[in-house]
Design a binder for this molecule. Sequence first.
Ligand SMILES: CCCCC/C=C/C(=O)SCCNC(=O)CCNC(=O)[C@H](O)C(C)(C)COP(=O)(O)OP(=O)(O)OC[C@H]1O[C@@H](n2cnc3c(N)ncnc32)[C@H](O)[C@@H]1OP(=O)(O)O
Length: 306
Amino acid sequence: MLLTLFESHTHFFLSMFQKMILTKIISNTLSLHKKQLIEWLPAVRYFSSPTNPLVNVDVNDKSGIAVVTMNRKPVNGLSLELFEAMSKALDDLENNRIRGAILTSSCPTVFSAGLDLNELYQPDKKRFKAFWTTFQDVWLKLYGSSFPTAAAINGHAPAGGCFLAISCEYRVMCPDYKIGLNETRLGIIAPIFLRASMRNTVSNREAEKALTLGTLYSTEDALKIGLIDEIAIYKVKAIERCENFLAQFNNVSSIARSFTKRSLRQKDLEELENCREEDFNIFWSNLIEPSVQKQIGDYMQSLKKK
Ligand SMILES: CCCCC/C=C/C(=O)SCCNC(=O)CCNC(=O)[C@H](O)C(C)(C)COP(=O)(O)OP(=O)(O)OC[C@H]1O[C@@H](n2cnc3c(N)ncnc32)[C@H](O)[C@@H]1OP(=O)(O)O
């Protein structure tokens, strides 16, 4: 009967907490080992996501790995709409018990150019609040996902682009691009969740240097400091390497893996959860400083003049 309950209510049982309690109750009742219980869980149901022009999700039925492709031309500028689409895609992935996700881009030479500068320049407070809140949601869902994640960085990844990549667990990047957190060069203070992702990727000293200087690293230099894990010549190869990384988890209990990931990232997630409003207020007051607005405006002009 308990098994029938599991199968007919897969969605309901997705939350980690519920899964933990149920695992405990059932294993006590049936004296089963946890590993056996995992094998009892219903066959994974993969899905094809409803089409969203901004984020394409393609799940491989055999491997259970989802390729999540950002598709906002020309440079995957992270707008409110793109964040909303990513947030929805992450919910769908979480609800469908996939085995892993690979984040990549449909733009030929850009993974993501970071936050859409149009959201930052002369912002409307109401829209910006929705934008920032959705951005926070995306980070909480990506960094805290129960499934393993990797980024196939097939192009430049400055600022918010780098940030998405370092919120994943593994990074493979194609050669001759730039990656880094150049926010300070625009007069922008790095928010707490950005600092957390960076410190989780490179040493504290490298994180401090990279964030304060706003350095953009070449693919090769990024590998040297551990900002990325591997270099792959083409996007297809980068996705393959990410798949290899994710396939390693096939022999690991998914419950043990996701709980371990969660416990390692819990402090960072809670830090933001506990101060979302304050994080918004700090970023907003820095953003609307006339000197910062001027810097962003000049920067946008310089990009257009190129
Ligand atoms: C993570 C926590 C959040 C903290 C704060 C985060 C802040 C940010 O993310 S601010 C954004 C910072 N981003 C950048 O500094 C990157 C700016 N862009 C570039 O350096 C380059 O565009 C490139 C290297 C990413 C790609 O170069 P290229 O292929 O040569 O393309 P173009 O420069 O010609 O750009 C094409 C087109 O796109 C516009 N554009 C570029 N970046 C952005 C952007 N971030 N937001 C909005 N629009 C952007 C650029 O102006 C061109 O427009 P058109 O001239 O109208 O075609």
